[in-house]
Ligand binder design. Sequence first.
Ligand SMILES: Nc1ncnc2c1ncn2[C@@H]1O[C@H](COP(=O)(O)OP(=O)(O)OP(=O)(O)O)[C@@H](O)[C@H]1O
Length: 374
Amino acid sequence: MDLLVGGGLAAFTIYAAAKWNKSDKDKIQHTFRNLNYKVKDREPKHFKTHNTDKYTLYSYHVPYGLVDDDKLQVLEKVLNKPVKIIFAKTKLHIKVYKQTLPAKIDYDWPETEGWTLPIGTSLDGPVIHDFDKIPHMTIAGMTRQGKTVLLKLITAHLINNHPDDVEFYVIDLKGGLEFAQHNYKQIRSIASNTLDAFNLLDSLSDEIERDMAFFKSKGYTNVLNTNIKKRKFIIVDEGAELVPHKYMDKDEKLDIDYCQYALSNIARVAGALGYRLIFATQYPTADTLPRQIKQNADAKISFRLPTEVASRVALDEQGAEALNNVGRAIYRTADKHVIQVPYVADSDIKGRFVDYVSTDEKATERRTDTVIFG
Ligand SMILES: Nc1ncnc2c1ncn2[C@@H]1O[C@H](COP(=O)(O)OP(=O)(O)OP(=O)(O)O)[C@@H](O)[C@H]1O
């Protein structure tokens, strides 16, 4: 079948492929042709098919000068199966999975090593995030797609595995993180407006200065090489609330500028001291996801986003606009995985953590007002 090159080509490729009764291998080769994926007259050349019970891997030699291309993602629709494209030097591997990811996976409270977290399940198995290897994380996603559940999962998992060593500082400017209000001793402070956020970050900045001086006095360069067990997690939801707007008065704008500066500083210098930043936003733009935070957060997660442009801001690549299930996300570090994030219910968290509810009035004050250290 000969096709015209031009607008709507991807759609036509999908339409045409759906009509053929051909093997996946034939459809892939035909798709290369339809997408004009070649150099001069040389297309990728198939050299191996490897079959397992979970997937079939089609491997190709790629002509010199042909590079990885986002347009190959169309194969997922052409084959109507999950597909992973792996480009390695002069070889292209197309992994076609035989199953799809489950629509929901319940969190089963695993005990894990160190500061790791089973952040999701991919078609290749569990995906583990290690907060000691990658301290900072950004989370993006449209409303009702699973950001809050992921923040609950992170908090619940870390409290369950490190009840005496984890501390949370929560900037909840949307009022959505109701779990943070449960007075657990590990939740050290909650800020629910910009002034509280300013105070919380101001106290944390002082604490970071003191920690730096302490590390220097001891000759420590990284918490990982010390016997310090404590890790301090700063959670921000929603980042878009920390952007100055015209309607704000001068003082509020200054508070917000300071918050952005302090958060960027945490991302830049505080990881080595044991601070971990988790920054969530519905609307990833250059304003709501400050550059310093994005650059220093080596783990980027995105649930569904409205556009390819938003996906590129959140993940530096397209893909989040095509996610099609609640709790489905792209987890991007040096690698990229499509994952289903485990679901954890409020009632489950409450049932487990009754012993951690603090009745100490000072602690309650501290949580709802500003941070007191020491
Ligand atoms: N990982 C998941 N697995 C299955 N269902 C989920 C998952 N995450 C979220 N959900 C479902 O979607 C609903 C909305 O999720 P959540 O509250 O996390 O959205 P959100 O992205 O934080 O939205 P908003 O930005 O509006 O607060 C949940 O109440 C739950 O029913």
